[in-house]
Design a protein around this ligand. Structure first.
Ligand SMILES: CC(C)(COP(=O)(O)OP(=O)(O)OC[C@H]1O[C@@H](n2cnc3c(N)ncnc32)[C@H](O)[C@@H]1OP(=O)(O)O)[C@@H](O)C(=O)NCCC(=O)NCCS
Length: 84
């Protein structure tokens, strides 16, 4: 997800994520939601942790950036209340 630059840090990302998770909780079959995020993206990781996402893994040098540098990413997940 991405919020337009001048609208960031105003609670929109949180509302988007809350809406998604509410939809997932009410869906009859969805048991787990997962996402991928660059390890360098501290703000996003902060928000995901607050929303109950837990790190399940780290993929080393998963993405090569325009400048040739590599970045790791994290896999984060949260179970819905239908988890068996
Ligand atoms: C990550 C992103 C979606 C978050 O959306 P947002 O609307 O800015 O987030 P919110 O305003 O709901 O903030 C949620 C939390 O993050 C913190 N946060 C968000 N932007 C921040 C900033 N620029 N500096 C410090 N903290 C920040 C808020 O303080 C809040 O935490 P708190 O409740 O402890 O205060 C948004 O920053 C974005 O679009 N980033 C670029 C794209 C991106 O990285 N997407 C994620 C890819 S995995």
């Amino acid at each position: 997800m991405s919020v337009r630059k001048d609208w960031r840090n105003k609670g929109i990302g949180r509302v988007l994520l809350e809406t998604l998770l509410q939809w997932a909780e009410n869906h009859p079959r969805i048991e787990k939601v997962f996402l991928e995020v660059f390890v360098t993206n501290e703000w996003a990781i902060h928000l995901y942790r607050q929303m109950g996402f837990v790190t399940e893994g780290r993929r080393v040098k998963q993405v090569q950036l325009h400048d040739g540098e590599y970045v790791d990413d994290l896999i984060m997940a949260r179970f819905t209340n239908k988890e068996k």
